[in-house]
Write a protein that binds this ligand. Structure first.
Ligand code: GLN
Length: 308
């Protein structure tokens, strides 16, 4: 329901204090979010999930807390955060300093893109059926940001060794905190680099959620995106420049049988148009998301040979 005038913070707080259960908290907060015309897509895709996330966060994700009677003393903080979410159009993850990805909590701030890649599904499945993953297998995450893809791989795939690059020192500092938080410092190495590390290692998987928004489109994205680092969003004029750099060079860092796995979202079409002879495999993802491709080391080598 869209009300003509947004509810004040005081009214929102009062409505929460009156509520009998947390289902009602979700309804009240979701109505407030919807009335504010928010954009969802930085961790959730609807107002109800956004409300649930806020409530559970304030409860410290304590088991049973959501089912228990609401603690009225949380109403003030909830209303205050909801108001900032609505007026600043700042993604909830930044307001809470935390985002969930692949079932894991990650520390985030405005130096890193909010974790949300559909690659989570592929990582949780340990890259099946594309490659076999066993302990000791090396994986490279290009443009790691918060470290979410790299850390998720280290946590979900037993014994893998992950290198993760980023060109942003500030992002790497956040990634460092997340590596420590998840206790994977012995298997995740963070490297400051523009795409590829300087040491010529060989990887079974190179994965990336590179920036892929065409420069001219940034302005037209919902206001929530303006809080994210442009560096992590804008993929040059065309949007596909970073993806093309990956396609061009990945072969030199992949072991035989390895794969390049990249998210390019809505830029899939332009990428296909520019590379009609590259045999991309576009993934069908159970949990949704589009524009994720796999190409094998062999396909990359053959493509490179033919384009010579
Ligand atoms: N539109 C994309 C998203 O919201 C942008 C992400 C990116 O450039 N990697 O996920």
């Amino acid at each position: 329901m869209h009300s003509a005038r947004p509810m004040t913070r005081e009214a929102l707080q009062a409505a929460l204090e009156r509520a009998d259960d947390h289902e009602e908290w979700v309804r009240v907060l979701a109505d407030y979010f919807d009335a504010a015309g928010l954009f969802y897509g930085h961790g959730t895709d609807n107002a109800g999930d956004e409300a649930f996330w806020l409530i559970r966060h304030l409860q410290g994700w304590r088991e049973g807390a959501f089912e228990a009677k609401p603690d009225a003393s949380l109403a003030g903080t909830a209303a205050e955060i909801a108001e900032r979410r609505a007026t600043l159009r700042k993604p909830l993850a930044y307001l809470l300093g935390e985002a969930w990805f692949a079932g894991l909590p990650f520390h985030v701030d405005e130096n890193v893109l909010i974790p949300r890649s559909p690659l989570a599904e592929v990582i949780e499945g340990c890259f099946a059926p594309w490659v076999a993953i066993e302990p000791g297998v090396r994986i490279l995450d290009v443009g790691t940001g918060s470290g979410c893809l790299a850390i998720a791989a280290a946590v979900h795939c037993d014994g893998v060794i992950v290198d993760a690059t980023d060109v942003s020192k500030a992002a790497l500092a956040i990634a460092r905190r997340n590596v420590e938080r998840h206790g994977v410092a012995d298997r995740v190495r963070l490297i400051e680099a523009d795409l590829f590390p300087s040491a010529r290692e060989r990887y079974r998987v190179i994965m990336s959620n590179p920036p892929y928004v065409p420069a001219r489109q940034l302005e037209s994205l919902p206001p929530e995106y303006r809080h994210e680092p442009a560096l992590a969003l804008v993929g040059g004029e065309t949007g596909v420049e970073p993806a093309e750099r990956l396609l061009e060079a990945a072969g030199d860092w992949l072991e035989p049988g390895g794969i390049l796995l990249v998210e390019v979202g809505a830029e899939a079409e332009p990428l296909i148009e520019r590379h009609p002879r590259l045999p991309f495999t576009w993934l069908e993802l159970e949990r949704g998301g589009e524009g994720v491709f796999v190409v094998t080391a062999e396909q990359l080598a053959e493509y490179r040979e033919r384009s010579r």
